[in-house]
Design a protein around this ligand. Structure first.
Ligand code: GLN
Length: 430
């Protein structure tokens, strides 16, 4: 058979469907064997999905067992950033990039704001990692230790030798699924399948006191911390803002005049638990007239405050190559993403419009107010990892904040009204 005929046969829709069917028909309880050599001399590790499928491989992290929501990312690089992103709290993270660990893990150097330069928070946030082929040797000018050493030191289990193509195929089909990652000769028994999304993960990830960054900044931005990534704080500081990081449930509506702008961060789990943040934003939408911007969880919370609903996506969008179309100008940007929920934007509340839309699946990628400077995006303009294509949004936001301040825009629509006092009283009661 000629090469072109062979290629045609292999890539024909029928052949592709057959290969999909054969992967999908893996018997649920049949253990899938490790596809790659595992770490020599390592302990055996097991990944069991609540739906019955199981995978056996080698352990290269801490010899502990855990349960979490099994989700996958299609990012090619950036495991130190992804693993420390607080939005992964409660999750077992599967990397579709087969070779992981080859550039090691960087050290804990800090920048001029006191933020870790190479990590997105102080510690590993995901509950465990699942890879196809852990690199036994690492090499990078900046590396201080191996991925295995880091996981072990931080008490995070890790499994290698898993056929992540088969695993992702299962997760795409049935959706993100609870998984048990255990270390030992036998798979874990009597697993306690606690769903991390059944609790308020934002309350665990957020700061519990106000922290100020770049105190000499010329404009003052309140950053609501739902589980903020360090590069969001850094990106605002780099634009010259003084940033007050406040807890997720801070009574911000009682102190609106203190801020030249408000920013809402990313964060883990379901947005539905953040009722206090939603209520604070709802009040801010009624009174505040300076810029407000949200990222990811921030987009979801702004949408809920505006009157939209959020729903859980089947398997989420996690990766560094997600195309989003800016509906104000038709331009497509390539974005970094990590979310399992999305806003239902099929019917927009009065005064609001869709801002960006995902070019792959049509899901919401942002909303904007039509007359007030309020907008948010579902993707991550701060990247880390991922492309910097949308970093301009930080500049636009801080420029807008600065322009409003220079123009003397009052924080409150009717500063003389009782609204601020009423809000303060309501916040005090809440
Ligand atoms: N990165 C984020 O802020 C994620 C938001 C939310 N936890 C979700 O999964 O959709």
């Amino acid at each position: 058979m000629s090469l072109s005929k062979l290629a045609h046969k292999l890539l024909s829709p029928t052949a592709l469907q057959t290969s999909r069917r054969s992967l999908a028909s893996v018997a649920p309880s049949q253990p899938l064997q490790a596809h790659y050599p595992v770490v020599p001399g390592s302990l055996t590790a097991h990944l069991q999905l609540r739906s019955g499928e199981s995978f056996t491989g080698g352990s290269f992290g801490a010899p502990v067992s855990t349960v979490g929501e099994t989700v996958f990312t299609t990012s090619l690089v950036g495991y130190p950033e992804s693993m420390t992103d607080p939005s992964y709290l409660g999750q077992l993270l599967v990397f579709t990039q087969p070779l992981v660990g080859n550039y090691g893990v960087p050290g804990r150097t800090r920048d001029q704001y006191g933020l870790l330069k190479h990590f997105e928070s102080e510690k590993i946030q995901c509950r465990g990692i699942i890879v196809s082929d852990y690199a036994l040797k690492y090499s990078h000018w900046n590396a201080c230790e191996s991925l295995a050493q880091w996981c072990e030191r931080e008490g995070i289990p890790a499994i290698t030798g898993v056929d992540t193509r088969a695993l992702v195929h299962i997760l795409r089909g049935q959706g993100s699924t609870l998984g048990s990652l255990s270390v030992g000769a036998e798979p874990a028994k009597n697993i306690d399948w606690v769903d991390p999304n059944a609790e308020n993960l934002v309350a665990q990830a957020s700061t519990d006191s106000v922290r100020v960054f770049n105190p000499d900044g010329d404009v003052h931005v309140a950053l609501i911390d739902c589980g903020v990534k360090y590069n969001i704080i850094r990106s605002l500081c780099d634009q010259g803002a003084r940033v007050s990081l406040v807890p997720w449930n801070h009574a911000i509506s009682a102190e609106l005049p203190s801020y030249d702008g408000i920013f809402i961060s990313n964060g883990p789990g379901s947005p539905s638990y953040c009722t206090e943040t939603i209520e604070q934003l709802r009040r801010a939408f009624e009174m505040y007239q300076r810029p407000i911007f949200g990222i990811c969880m921030g987009n979801q919370l702004m949408g809920l405050a505006a009157g939209l609903n959020a729903y859980k996506l089947r398997f989420g969008n996690r990766g560094h190559n997600q195309p989003a179309v800016d509906l104000t100008n038709g331009r497509c940007v390539i974005t970094s993403q990590n979310h399992g929920y999305a806003l239902d934007d099929s019917k927009m509340p009065a005064g609001w419009d869709r801002y960006y839309v995902n070019a792959n699946d049509g899901s919401n990628e942002g909303i904007r107010h039509l007359s007030m400077p309020f907008r948010s995006v579902q993707f991550h303009p701060e990247a880390k990892g991922g492309p910097l294509d949308t970093a301009y949004l930080f500049k636009e936001f801080v420029d807008q904040v600065r322009a409003a301040k220079a123009a003397g825009v009052d924080a409150i629509i009717d500063a003389s009204a009782d609204s601020v006092q009423q809000s303060a009283a309501a916040s005090a009661q809440a």
